[in-house]
Design a protein around this ligand. Structure first.
Ligand SMILES: NC(=O)c1ccc[n+]([C@@H]2O[C@H](COP(=O)([O-])OP(=O)(O)OC[C@H]3O[C@@H](n4cnc5c(N)ncnc54)[C@H](OP(=O)(O)O)[C@@H]3O)[C@@H](O)[C@H]2O)c1
Length: 338
């Protein structure tokens, strides 16, 4: 099979198109023919060495969608032919989705409804599970998402035109929250609105805290934060007492200085999160809820839904990495077999 592989860390040029043996599914596993592979920032960061050394050749990419074409012992035979999306967040798995085939534990190949395309399937894994975690860690719940679960809550999606921000907006909206998104300009405002944000606020001009307070006078319940250092002052100015700041990144790398007393008085709940260590039970619960949202048609992708798709063929995976690293707007996908 054709695959993209690297055996040493470095820039995008370490990614090579190679021929590999077809992987065989072991007990409890399935082999999936990949149609579309989804690229996330973690893929280029891991390739660059951010997550520690690599001891063997790595096929990158955690997210993808395709069709099950073989099953291992103990897996129902009737899963062969099933369209699936993949959640491969398991540290140490060497075989990612930038290949014609991959093998995963059967439970990490989640059925994709007929009406959902492979582009959607390949966009779900990392962004949607990150968003789900951010929306389910508040002191007063909910722990699971479903229509109505966030009724009466105000959610602030920082950077709602990003891939995770987009998923935060869509899942929060599906669950019944009032959704505010910060954005950096009119184009991203258009995208966050198309994703479903009720309100957009430009964090780079004017008085964003006053604008958000005008929308949510009692404060924001949950903030899904992509750039804690840059946004901490804004977050604390708009958070309600006992509200939650769920931090999934510190884009821009601005150092975080914490005013302890201010946060004591607010009873702020900070929840830092990274999917690699969130635990299999949390991931499994999130997958169920994300699947329900997909089934309800609540997580569409594409420019008209606030997430433009930026595509590359498999042999240009290095360019796909350059695009993500360069801050491409939307979801970067690699077409593996169509
Ligand atoms: N913890 C986890 O498990 C986890 C999971 C997924 C992703 N991540 C990390 O989360 C980050 C975003 O991932 P992504 O896939 O969503 O990337 P993305 O699609 O590139 O989106 C990032 C978004 O953040 C916005 N942004 C940057 N600085 C901002 C600020 N100060 N305030 C508000 N918005 C800001 C950007 O827009 P503007 O610059 O125009 O505002 C952009 O829309 C990456 O660092 C990624 O590694 C972490």
């Amino acid at each position: 099979m054709k695959a993209i592989s690297y055996h040493e860390h470095g820039g995008p040029d370490v990614l090579q198109l190679v021929d590999r043996e077809l992987p065989e599914p072991g007990p409890g596993e399935v082999r999936v023919r990949i149609t579309v592979s989804g690229v996330n920032p973690t893929d280029w960061k891991t390739r660059a060495g951010a997550n520690g050394p690599t001891e063997s050749a790595v096929i990158p990419h955690l997210d993808g969608a395709g069709v099950i074409e073989a099953v291992g012992e103990g897996v129902e035979r009737d899963r062969v032919g099933q369209r699936v999306w993949l959640l491969m967040v398991a540290p140490g798995r060497p075989g990612g989705t930038a290949a014609e085939f991959t093998v995963v534990p059967a439970e990490q190949a989640v059925p994709l409804p007929d009406e959902a395309g492979f582009d959607l399937g390949a966009s779900l894994g990392v962004p949607a599970h990150t968003a789900h975690r951010a929306l389910t860690v508040a002191e007063d719940g909910p722990r699971r998402l479903r229509p109505g679960a966030l009724e009466g809550k105000v959610v602030l999606a920082a950077g709602g035109a990003g891939a995770v921000g987009h998923a935060v907006i869509q899942l929060a909206r599906w669950a019944g929250a009032t959704v505010i998104s910060t954005i950096s300009g009119p184009e991203k405002a258009r995208l966050a609105t198309a994703a479903g944000a009720h309100h957009v606020v430009n964090y780079r001009e004017g008085d964003p805290a006053a604008e958000i307070r005008a929308i949510a006078p009692d404060g924001v319940d949950i903030i899904a934060e992509v750039a804690l250092g840059a946004n901490l002052d804004l977050d604390l100015a708009v958070l309600r007492t006992r509200g939650t700041i769920a931090v999934y990144a510190n884009d821009g790398d601005k150092p975080v200085g914490l005013d302890v007393r201010q946060n004591m008085m607010l009873n702020t709940r900070f929840q830092f999160l990274v999917l690699y260590t969130v635990g299999s039970e949390v991931l499994a619960a999130a997958s169920e809820d994300v699947s329900a949202a997909v089934g309800d048609g609540a997580l569409p992708v594409g420019e008209e839904h606030g997430l433009p798709l930026v595509r590359f063929p498999l042999d240009r995976t290095a360019d796909a990495h350059r695009a993500v690293e360069g801050g491409a707007v939307g979801k970067v996908l690699v077409d593996v077999s169509r």
